[in-house]
Design a binder for this molecule. Structure first.
Ligand code: NI
Length: 258
């Protein structure tokens, strides 16, 4: 069986000592491809470098909503476009809105502007987008509906309602399912996973964060994405083989990786 970890942060310093071992363990578990995302300029650049050094890795570049001050530098757009043109870059991300950590209305407005500017870059470069959205469902949907007619993407680490998921699927966007699905307090996620058209979900770790059961509380890593797939199989009453096959195909289609 082959899996893809469609979202993680191997640029994090928690991986600086043992990245090679982490990638080896992923491969041993069948996780043959890993999409590694930046949140700032520095780690987006590192994601590109790591992807060029490791066959299994691909990169997403973008400025995360909690890092909007990064966009104050001169020629921010040009810098992002330049990074995104590397051949191992498969997405613009992670980008989006986060009103959970940002309560200031003015700064939320800046988040929206920078989100739209990065969606424009994705359109321009014909790349899919990976979206971070927390406590900003309404504004995120409004912007996505207005700005993404020509691009596809995923709402990563999905935390919304089933109604919101349906809106997302209608736009031909996918949702990313992570470790919280395996938690005892997984809230609405199992219901959403059950209702999801299988071709509209991706599996991801968001490593080093959100390790699934039985690794909860530890550092997460791409090998553990298999636990998310197992839980999806259990909830839907399908084989792990089928979940692996379809979620891998979904990742290949969205991110044009082979
Ligand atoms: Ni992330």
């Amino acid at each position: 069986m082959i899996f893809v970890d469609t979202h993680c942060h191997l640029n994090d310093e928690q991986f600086s000592d043992d990245l090679n071992e982490v990638i080896e363990r992923a491969k041993k578990n069948g996780v043959r491809r890993i999409i590694n995302f930046g949140a700032k300029f520095s780690d987006s650049k590192l994601a590109v470098e790591l992807a060029n050094e490791n066959e299994e890795l691909f990169a997403g570049v973008g400025i995360h909503p909690e890092e909007i001050d990064e966009f104050k530098i001169e020629n921010a757009e040009e810098k992002l476009i330049e990074l995104a043109q590397n051949k191992k870059v498969v997405a613009i991300g992670e980008i989006g809105l986060d009103y959970h950590w940002e309560k200031d209305i003015e700064r939320q407005e800046i988040q929206k502007k920078i989100f739209v500017r990065q969606l424009d870059i994705a359109c321009q470069l014909n790349l899919p987008v990976c979206i971070h959205e927390r406590d900003a469902h309404g504004d995120a949907l409004k912007i996505l509906k207005a700005e993404t007619k020509n691009i596809r993407g995923v709402l990563h680490c999905f935390s919304g309602s089933l109604e919101m998921a349906k809106e997302i699927w209608k736009m031909n966007f996918l949702i990313g399912i992570d470790g919280p699905l395996t938690f005892k307090n997984s809230a609405k996620l199992p219901e959403i996973v059950k209702a999801a058209p299988l071709e509209m979900i991706l599996i991801e770790t968001d490593a080093p964060y959100l390790a699934p059961t039985p690794y909860r509380g530890k550092r997460n890593e791409p090998a553990f994405v298999v636990e998310v797939a197992k839980k999806i199989a259990e909830i839907r009453g399908e084989s792990l083989e089928k979940i692996a096959e379809i979620t891998t195909r979904n990742a290949e289609n969205l991110y044009s990786i082979r």
